[in-house]
Design a protein around this ligand. Structure first.
Ligand SMILES: [Zn+2]
Length: 482
């Protein structure tokens, strides 16, 4: 299925009556029809074309059919509406997924969306559009962004040249190969560590003293590690503590030594959207330095004070970091056993990454009416550990980004197959090993080597798993079946 039109924006301009647009704005869509029917909507042209393909051909296929992915490359013509691009593109993705679900009665709410970014040398390149695309790729577990930022263009500084067009094509193919497992070896890279169905990061805001005295020991007892977002100024100066006792640096050092993540919530808990570039720089940079000096670990993630953020501050904060907290669900004063259970069921169903936000446990902002609700919640997650990966924010953010960005060349060998992983991320920042899955039943023995290193393999009923270094080069896999 293909629908291609050059030079079109998602946003419909208010300043002209001409043209055609991709907008998923429902009010606007009600007033127009597809371009083929003499209207202005390209989105309706696209969905009409899909519907026609389903009605005339796909639905008549004996073996049935399935729609595997949605490919998209666009953005430069929205340069005048860059501030709206995040919402606009998200709405288009949701519209297509909803439309397919309604049309077919099958669940297409997680239909993979594969898209490419705009080269920086493009005449219409806008950092804000780039930031919006990255944000969507970060937030939507089924969105895969292909980085085209450094690719070459023709002399018109608009269209790809042959080399970059081929590059995009190959990257799209490799992404589909990963999503759809086209290669027949059964090899894939697990979406989450140990091929678990979903992930949770427990995160705690504002550095309250009981995060050290109560939370860290309770988590350690279950084998979990948490992420603690702290403001250096509040730790250093009690006049900013608003009467709530905070952790000390020596306590946080002990936590960091045990594997908890002590990370940045800004130096002075200021609304980052209201700061000048110099203030924003200080708010982030200074807190990073102070946390590093006191804990020995340089923070590589960030949590927005008051969750206040916009596309520019997100782009700024994400630079040289593994990730920042842009999505979270509150676990605190309003939580009940029932709504936490429902959240867990949703997470397992959505195969998503849940990031909790908790402030006080027994005191402070948004503390629990009954702290038992929280302790029981942790224990409940423990009972589901075979399906849920509990990792720090840093660990899961790194894994998810690596998993989406890695491509693997899989080739048959005499005794099995070989895999060459490629990952175009900063290898000093992204250090999480990835889990490989060989999805085959009846595997008796597997020997895996990456370079000179022998990798440990876990054989389960219907698959074998091993962890590998995505920067570590070629992997040789020897499989012995029953
Ligand atoms: Zn806060």
């Amino acid at each position: 299925m293909k629908y291609v039109v050059g030079g079109t924006s998602i946003q419909y301009p208010n300043d002209t009556a001409k043209g055609r647009y991709w907008s998923a704005n429902t009010e606007w869509l009600e007033k127009t029809v597809s371009f083929e029917k003499k209207g202005k909507s390209l989105l309706l042209s696209f969905t009409d074309a899909i519907d026609a393909a389903i009605d005339s051909t796909l639905s008549k296929l004996e073996g049935g059919y399935q729609i595997d992915a949605f490919l998209w490359h666009q953005g430069e013509s929205d340069d005048r509406y860059a501030g709206k691009y995040y919402d606009n593109l998200k709405a288009v993705i949701a519209y297509v997924r909803n439309h397919l679900t309604e049309k077919t009665g099958k669940d297409y709410s997680k239909l993979p969306f594969v898209f490419g970014s705009i080269p920086e040398s493009n005449r219409h390149y806008k950092p804000e559009i780039d930031a919006a695309m990255k944000r969507i790729a970060n937030e939507d577990p089924n969105a895969y962004l292909i980085d085209m930022s450094a690719q070459e263009l023709q002399k018109d500084r608009t269209h790809f040249n042959e080399k970059s067009a081929e590059y995009l094509g190959k990257k799209v193919y490799k992404t589909l190969d990963k999503i759809l497992i086209l290669n027949g070896s059964g090899f894939r890279v697990a979406r989450y560590k140990d091929d678990k169905a979903c992930a949770i990061s427990f995160t705690f805001d504002d550095g309250l003293a009981e995060h050290y005295s109560l939370v860290a020991p309770a988590m350690e007892k279950l084998g979990f590690r948490g992420t603690f977002w702290v403001n250096g100024r509040t730790i250093a100066d009690t006049t900013y503590q608003r009467g709530f006792a905070r952790m000390t640096w020596s306590q946080m050092k002990k936590m960091a030594d045990k594997g908890h993540e002590i990370s940045s919530h800004g130096w002075a808990h200021r609304n980052v959207t209201k700061l000048s570039p110099e203030e924003l720089h200080h708010e982030l940079e200074h807190n990073d330095t102070v946390i590093f000096q006191n804990t020995g670990v340089f923070p590589r993630t960030f949590c927005y004070p008051g969750n206040a953020k916009n596309n520019e501050t997100i782009a700024f904060a994400e630079k040289n970091r593994i990730g920042t907290r842009t999505l979270q669900f509150s676990v605190g004063g309003k939580s009940t056993r029932e709504n936490l259970d429902r959240r867990l069921a949703d997470l397992l169903g959505n195969k998503g990454w849940g990031v909790t936000m908790t402030h006080g446990i027994t005191y402070g902002y948004d503390h629990f009416s009954d702290a038992g609700i929280f302790w029981e919640y942790l224990k409940k997650v423990k009972t589901l550990e075979d399906r849920i990966w509990v990792g720090t924010f840093r660990e899961v953010a790194a894994y998810v980004k690596e998993q989406k960005a890695v491509t693997c060349d899989v080739a048959k060998t005499d005794k099995g197959f070989s895999v060459v992983p490629r990952l175009a991320l900063d290898k000093n920042l992204f250090t999480e090993p990835l889990t490989a899955v060989i999805g085959r039943k009846g595997i008796k023995k597997v020997a895996v080597r990456q370079g000179k290193k022998k990798l440990k393999v876990r054989i389960l009923q219907d698959k074998a798993l091993f962890d590998f270094d995505p920067f570590g080069g070629k992997i040789d896999v020897e499989v012995i079946n029953k």
